[in-house]
Write a protein that binds this ligand. Structure first.
Ligand SMILES: *[C@@H]1O[C@H](CO)[C@@H](O)[C@H](O)[C@H]1NC(C)=O
Ligand SMILES: *[C@@H]1O[C@H](CO)[C@@H](O)[C@H](O)[C@H]1NC(C)=O
Ligand SMILES: *[C@@H]1O[C@H](CO)[C@@H](O)[C@H](O)[C@H]1NC(C)=O
Length: 507
């Protein structure tokens, strides 16, 4: 075979030289067998070139009647090879099943001499020996290429979701015996079980996280010192952000609990995604975020005006294809509890207690008096002034020993954790006048007093007018005068009786 082709080549070289119009160079490597490695799922190019050399009369043109036939050797060398692809000199193309949809040569092959066979995508069963026969005028040039296929197998198949155990294994069509397998993640060697490289190096990840996604390369070493490697781009569908997020919200404000996937589900070929929120203890909470167009990967839960009763653990469960992944989110509510309810009178001793429904034990609290004009300079002044007046505290309780008018306004309690400011809550302090023995109803008491006095005077005028009228007929009316005299100092009684009197004496 080799002898024959060599003889042919020699004959044609001589012929070409003598004819003086075309000189066909030998294809890269001549008819010497080449080896090409490809990983299953990617593309492979089996090279076969005819180099055209410029000659004195004609250049860079193949003879008119050039054609190519790619064949594949199957089984023993004596078996008839299978046809893969043929390009006739007319340009007509034929390809045989089962590789027909996946094989091609360049459209310009007959003009530029590139007869390389492209297989896209390669399958593990494509491994084997291929041969191209390029026929031109009266000669034939042959290219032999051995295709080796490396297969990376993922189990269970995609989509891989976080926390679901996965196995990656690697094999190849190379016939020598395997010595070891090594794995590299984003370029770094990764230990499989106890050692870095093992004979049957299946990579197992028990609890895959989104950070395990990326390029995984297996490197296979064989007894004949052949080293083959393949790369697999692993995608893991999980959630964005920390594993157990805590959302801090001030009582009365709104809160958005996050639930964002690490990737768009459509990137995994997933067509239906459903997000469902539930709350521990409270059970089923809300079904939401049924996304059909799949341009969405965020399914937050919006809570308006949260209270301490809303605090707790929530779960977002996202169904992607046949799998469900879930993430727990904790809602912590920040509250302020004053020691005195309602408006506070001047001079009182007031405690403001900043509370957190889900403390983790490392929180610090900072109290600030916010002026009505929230400019940063004013805020700083207010803060320093208050720190003079009241001791600087990091505990949850803020003490005002004697409340004064300057303490009126908005107080803010900020909660800090090791990671920084977690959230803040505001409290509006209302102050009334000087403190007396009477409870907070002093204000309404004063109003009652003046109202009573006014009504009493009105009543007196009415009564006097009536008395003057009656005096015209009867000389005296002592009972009423006596009653009036008695009522003056006892304003409370008047208050009680006044309604009846108004009805009686409507004038
Ligand atoms: C030859 O053709 C193949 C595809 O059929 C292509 O991948 C390759 O780059 C080409 N080679 C040259 C040198 O143009
Ligand atoms: C590699 O393993 C896969 C699955 O285990 C199998 O389908 C494939 O044929 C193997 N490939 C080779 C070249 O042995
Ligand atoms: C797809 O869904 C997103 C979010 O649910 C929405 O904002 C967007 O308008 C939708 N797009 C289409 C084309 O329906």
């Amino acid at each position: 075979m080799r002898l024959a082709s060599l003889a042919l080549l020699l004959a044609f070289t001589l012929l070409a030289f003598n004819a003086g119009h075309i000189l066909l160079g030998v294809a890269e490597g001549g008819s010497r067998e080449q080896k090409v490695w490809a990983s299953a799922g990617s593309s492979a190019v089996l090279p076969c070139h005819l180099h055209l050399r410029k000659t004195s009369k004609s250049w860079k043109q193949l003879p008119d009647k050039t054609s190519v036939l790619w064949k594949r050797h199957v089984g023993s060398p004596h078996q008839e090879p299978h046809m893969v692809l043929e390009v006739e000199y007319s340009g007509l193309r034929k390809a045989a099943l089962p590789m027909r949809p996946r094989v091609s040569v360049q459209d310009s092959a007959l003009r530029n001499g590139n007869f390389s066979l492209r297989i896209d995508p390669v399958r593990s069963e494509d491994a084997g020996l291929y041969e191209a026969q390029v026929a031109y005028n009266t000669g034939v040039h042959s290219c032999q290429v051995e295709l080796g296929v490396i297969t990376v197998t993922l189990s269970p198949p995609s989509p891989v979701v976080e926390n679901e155990p996965l196995l990656l294994s690697c094999n190849s069509s190379h016939r020598a015996s395997l010595v070891e397998t090594c794995w590299f993640h984003n370029g770094h060697l990764v230990p499989t079980s106890r050692t870095f490289c093992a004979l049957h190096g299946t990579l197992s990840i028990l609890r895959p996280a989104v950070s395990d996604a990326g390029s995984w390369r297996c490197q296979l070493r064989y007894s004949d010192n052949e080293i083959i490697s393949a790369t697999y781009n692993l995608q893991i569908l999980g959630f964005d952000g920390p594993a157990n997020p805590v959302v801090y919200a001030a009582a009365g404000s709104s809160a958005d609990l996050p639930c964002t996937l690490s990737n768009l589900p459509s990137a995994f070929g997933i067509n239906v995604v459903t997000a469902h929120w539930s709350r521990f203890a409270a059970g089923h909470l809300q079904a939401q975020g049924i996304s059909q167009n799949l341009s969405n990967r965020s399914f937050p839960l919006h809570l308006s005006a949260v209270g301490p009763g809303d605090a707790g653990q929530y779960r977002c469960a996202v169904s992607v294809g046949s799998k469900t992944i879930s993430r727990d989110v904790t809602l912590a509510v920040i509250t302020v509890t004053p020691s005195i309810q309602g408006p506070v009178s001047e001079g009182s001793h007031l405690l403001l207690i900043c509370g957190l429904t889900h403390p983790r034990g490392h929180e610090r609290f900072q109290w600030k008096h916010l002026d009505s004009v929230p400019t940063s300079s004013k805020l700083a002044v207010a803060t320093s002034r208050n720190l003079e007046g009241h001791r600087s505290q990091t505990g949850p309780t803020f003490e005002i020993p004697r409340v004064s008018q300057k303490d009126m306004g908005t107080w803010e309690c900020s909660v800090y954790g090791p990671e920084g400011r977690l959230g803040a809550v505001e409290y509006g302090l209302q102050i009334t006048g000087a403190q007396t023995s009477g409870p907070p109803s002093i204000f309404s008491g004063q109003v009652t007093f003046w109202l009573t006095l006014t009504l009493f005077l009105l009543l007196t005028v009415c009564v006097l007018a009536l008395a003057l009228q009656k005096r015209a007929r009867s000389p005296a009316f002592p009972a009423l005068e006596a009653m009036v005299a008695v009522t003056v100092p006892k304003k409370k009684e008047v208050e009680e009786n006044q309604k009846d009197k108004i009805q009686q004496t409507e004038c």
